[in-house]
Write a protein that binds this ligand. Structure first.
Ligand SMILES: NC(=O)c1ccc[n+]([C@@H]2O[C@H](COP(=O)([O-])OP(=O)(O)OC[C@H]3O[C@@H](n4cnc5c(N)ncnc54)[C@H](O)[C@@H]3O)[C@@H](O)[C@H]2O)c1
Length: 413
């Protein structure tokens, strides 16, 4: 009963397919498991097609629907806009929402270009002075094992950062008959594997080491330059009945017709880089790694040891202590499911494990707590802008025969 006295945080979410489903789950579950200072209310689901939006709202737990996000910004009972649409819409919606005094959570990559991301930072800075906050959905930051990795690194447990290697491997485009979708359209997605999954490992490198990228050399390639045009799906063409990702929601799925069209983004991104300390980094993002479904891996080697993570075993962090005697030295497998581990106490007993969706719930928890405390949640729009500058430098380098390219350093939050 006491919970009823909590101030409400009215939420409107735009887009209701893959990310719309994960975010809805997060908004539904956050205050059921965590003690939040504000009670999120799932007010409005925004889609482009009324019947589909209504069906999704009923499945996902939203009170109302709208097909006009601008109208939703006028509502006094909506305090936060959650943007779960492709990248071409992020800047316009986020800027308008912040200027209307709404908090914003926007999916990654934050924008489709540096110029858009910069405009979003400007809007976030205008809003911050009014107590309005903005956050980017680099969700993997909130996997407990990766939060633990960040803690160990900042405590100096692996010493100075010497080298980072990270991969994000998927295989949903390895079949050349998988039809075109918005993720393969530069106008909608900004870039391909680079911005979609490469952005995550750029952000994670930044998050774990605390260091920005200084420069990069990039090699982007489109391995299958033409694909079948997807047969019309009806409605707004992007969502399954409840917006399932496997039903054409942008990650494979759908059926191709006879006609073919161009892929206008990269299929694979290979990058060498240096962090601000000079530490070398190697990154690989691809959707052509057969058998690798969502293999996001990162290993950071320091002067005193290393940490190693693989999302396909997401509850585990490996830690190597180089000071251990050679006879017994080896990676320690830490099952990050103890109450001492970040976020875990709110969930299940040790060893019972968390999944993909929990990162999204933790994201909502930190966002709501940040809003209530008037403390800018991270990753901020400035953090998102840094990632955008890295993506931009990689693209420019790739277009210039892999030439070494400095990463523009913008302001910090
Ligand atoms: N954090 C993560 O790990 C993660 C994972 C997947 C996707 N994403 C990001 O989330 C965003 C959405 O990706 P997705 O996989 O959910 O895509 P999706 O294709 O599954 O869903 C996109 C949704 O946006 C709607 N939409 C498209 N254009 C719109 C417009 N102009 N106005 C209103 N609605 C519109 C579609 O109808 C659909 O409901 C992208 O930025 C993507 O990069 C993040």
């Amino acid at each position: 009963m006491a919970e009823r006295a909590k101030p409400r945080l009215g939420v409107a979410m735009i887009g209701h397919s893959f990310m719309g489903r994960t975010h809805s789950h997060a908004w539904r579950s956050a205050s059921r498991f965590f003690n939040l200072p504000l009670e999120p209310e799932m007010k409005v689901l925004v889609g482009r097609d009324q019947p589909r939006a209504e069906a999704a709202a009923s499945t996902l737990g939203w009170a109302e629907v709208s097909t006009d996000w601008r109208q939703v910004l006028e509502r006094k009972d909506v305090h936060l806009i959650d943007i779960c649409t492709p990248g071409d819409t992020h800047a316009e919606i986020a800027e308008a929402a912040l200027d209307a005094g709404k908090h914003v959570l926007v999916e990654k990559p934050m924008a489709n270009s540096v110029a858009e991301a910069q405009r979003m930072v400007d809007a976030a800075q205008r809003a911050r002075s009014q107590g309005i906050h903005a956050m980017v959905g680099f969700t993997y930051r909130r996997v407990p094992a990766l939060q633990l990795a960040r803690e160990l690194i900042s405590e100096g447990r692996i010493g100075e950062i010497r080298q980072v290697r990270a991969q994000y491997l998927q295989d949903w485009l390895a079949d050349p008959e998988v039809p075109l979708s918005w993720r393969l359209d530069r106008e909608k997605a900004g870039s391909g594997a680079l911005g979609d999954i490469g952005a995550h490992i750029v952000d994670l490198t930044y998050f774990l080491t605390g260091e920005r990228f200084a420069g990069v050399s990039g090699l982007l390639d489109t391995l299958v330059p033409e694909r079948p045009i997807a047969a019309p799906a009806g409605g707004d063409g992007a969502d399954g009945a409840a917006g399932s990702a496997g039903a054409g929601g942008g990650l494979g799925g759908g059926v191709g017709g006879d006609a073919r069209g161009p892929v206008t983004v990269d299929d694979t991104a290979l990058v060498t880089g240096r962090l601000s300390s000079g530490a070398p980094v190697i990154l690989e993002a691809t959707r052509f790694a057969w058998g690798r479904k969502n293999a996001m891996r990162i290993e950071v080697s320091g002067s005193r040891g290393a940490i190693c993570f693989d999302f396909e075993e997401m509850n585990v962090l490996h830690h190597y202590d180089a000071s251990a005697p050679a006879r017994t030295a080896g990676f320690t497998r830490i099952l990050a499911t103890e109450p001492e581990h970040p976020f875990v106490e709110a969930w299940w007993p040790p060893g019972h494990g968390l999944g993909y969706e929990h990162g999204f719930t933790h994201q909502v928890v930190d966002l709501v707590r940040g809003i209530a405390a008037d403390q800018a949640p991270r990753p901020s729009f400035e953090d998102g802008l840094h990632v955008q500058h890295v993506l931009d430098a990689i693209e420019r380098s790739s277009g210039a025969a892999n030439q070494w390219t400095a990463v523009h350093q913008s302001e910090r939050s």
